[in-house]
Structures are given as structure tokens and as C-alpha cells.
Design a protein around this ligand. Structure first.
Ligand code: BG6
Ligand code: MG
Length: 221
């Protein structure tokens, strides 16, 4: 019955959520704004410009920057982020992800990348995983998470009915997007945080993911 599995990227397939955090923290510090890990939870899954907006509001500086200055700040953050990405190697793929992708391939269930990141293609290439995905959603011009559109777009592209799709996310906004799309939501991370967002099941680590237990949990055997 399962028709597709849709994967978030940052914080689900590899640890790039941490790189995003480090790059935002540096950019924020440069303009005198402090951010911590707790605040960062609200940035996960959120687009680049929207994340910047949230940081400026958090620091009470939203009125201090013109649209052009905002573009420059976002560029600075992205350049720093891309410099961190150069470290990324196939062995940095989170545990259990490669195995799950292999299982899906064997069962002929499409794997879809449903990331808000414009850097997603280069990250998949660094990890050597492009071949494992049937479709990669391109987030340009699509409403971002927590809107369901990124997930709906991915399901549609592979001809899957959202009711028979599983989405995997580490972000609150991402879990909300999966639920709004009418899919089964698997959270990776903190049970308390992700259950509130609506996750159907939460695993502490991707090492716990495998196709047969997912199918059982989602009643899609
Ligand atoms: C999401 C991340 O996957 O992509 C966010 O969780 C990030 O932290 C967003 O802001 C956009 O990424 P990028 O690479 O286009 O700046
Ligand atoms: Mg994520």
C-alpha cells in the first residue's frame, strides 16, 4: 500500500542542520544578535529569507535593514554555509538512511527528496546519494513549510496518493507540513517537541529507521 517515502534533508539525511545553525549564529553575531539552540528549533525547515526575517525580529532589528541589505546578509550566511559543506563526504550520511533507501529501491517504492534547501542537489552529490532518489522537489516558487506544498509536489511528481505516503522530518515546521499534506509523519529527534507538532511516531535517531517497522507503524503493510 505504501506509494512513496518523502525525506527531509537537513537533519534527516545528514547533519547539515548543524551547519545551518553555525552559519546563522555567525551572521547574527556580526549584527549584534545572539541566537541559541532553543531559538534555532524555530528556524529548522524554514526557507533562507524567512529564517533571516525571524532572526531580525528576534533581535528587534527588523526595521534596521533594507531589502538589499537583507539579501547581502542572506548571501553571507549562504557563503559560510557552503564553505562548511565542502567537508561533507558519503560517510556523513546518517546511520540507517542508506539501508532504508536500498530497501525502498528493492521494493520499488519511490524515495523523494522534500527539502526547502536550494543547496539540496549539491549535498546529495557530496553524499553520493542522487541515484537513490526518484525525484527531488525544487523549492523555488513553492510555499515553504509548514505549508504542505513541498510534500504534495513531491508525491504528485511520482504519482503517489498522499494518504499512502510517509514523510520523515526533524523540524516542527516539517512535521506540520507532512500532516497538512495528509501523510504519515515520522519525526527524528526529540519526542516531546515533535509529538506536539503532530508526528505519528518519533525516533531518537535515524539508526532506528527500517522499512518493515515503518510499514507496521503506518499500517501500510
Ligand atoms: C531547510 C533547513 O532544509 O532548508 C533550513 O532546515 C534552511 O534551516 C532551509 O534555512 C533553506 O536552505 P538553503 O540551503 O536554501 O539556505
Ligand atoms: Mg530538517
Amino acid at each position: 500500500k505504501l506509494q512513496a517515502v518523502l525525506f527531509d534533508l537537513d537533519g534527516v539525511i545528514t547533519d547539515t542542520a548543524e551547519y545551518h545553525y553555525l552559519a546563522w549564529k555567525q551572521m547574527a553575531e556580526n549584527i549584534g544578535i545572539g541566537i541559541d539552540r532553543e531559538f534555532n528549533e524555530a528556524l529548522k525547515g524554514i526557507s533562507r529569507m524567512e529564517s533571516l526575517e525571524r532572526i531580525l525580529i528576534h533581535g528587534n532589528r527588523a526595521q534596521d535593514f533594507t531589502p538589499n541589505q537583507r539579501t547581502v546578509l542572506a548571501q553571507e550566511k549562504n557563503e559560510h554555509y557552503i564553505s562548511l559543506l565542502t567537508q561533507l563526504l558519503p560517510e556523513h550520511t546518517y546511520p540507517g538512511i542508506g539501508e532504508l533507501l536500498e530497501q525502498l529501491k528493492q521494493e520499488k517504492v519511490p524515495a523523494v527528496l522534500a527539502s526547502a534547501s536550494k543547496n539540496a542537489p549539491r549535498i546529495l552529490t557530496s553524499l553520493g546519494l542522487e541515484e537513490m532518489f526518484q525525484y527531488m522537489v525544487s523549492p523555488d516558487g513553492i510555499p515553504g513549510k509548514p505549508a504542505p506544498d513541498i510534500f504534495l509536489n513531491g508525491a504528485e511528481a511520482v504519482g503517489a496518493d498522499p494518504r499512502y505516503c510517509i514523510g520523515i522530518e526533524d523540524a516542527q515546521a516539517g512535521i506540520e507540513a507532512i500532516k497538512a499534506a495528509g501523510m504519515y509523519a515520522v519525526g527524528i529527534g526529540e519526542e516531546r517537541v515533535l509529538r506536539i507538532a503532530g508526528a505519528n511516531i518519533v525516533y531518537e535517531s535515524t539508526a532506528e529507521l527500517n522499512l518493515s517497522s515503518l510499514l507496521k507503524a503506518a499500517s501500510m503493510e
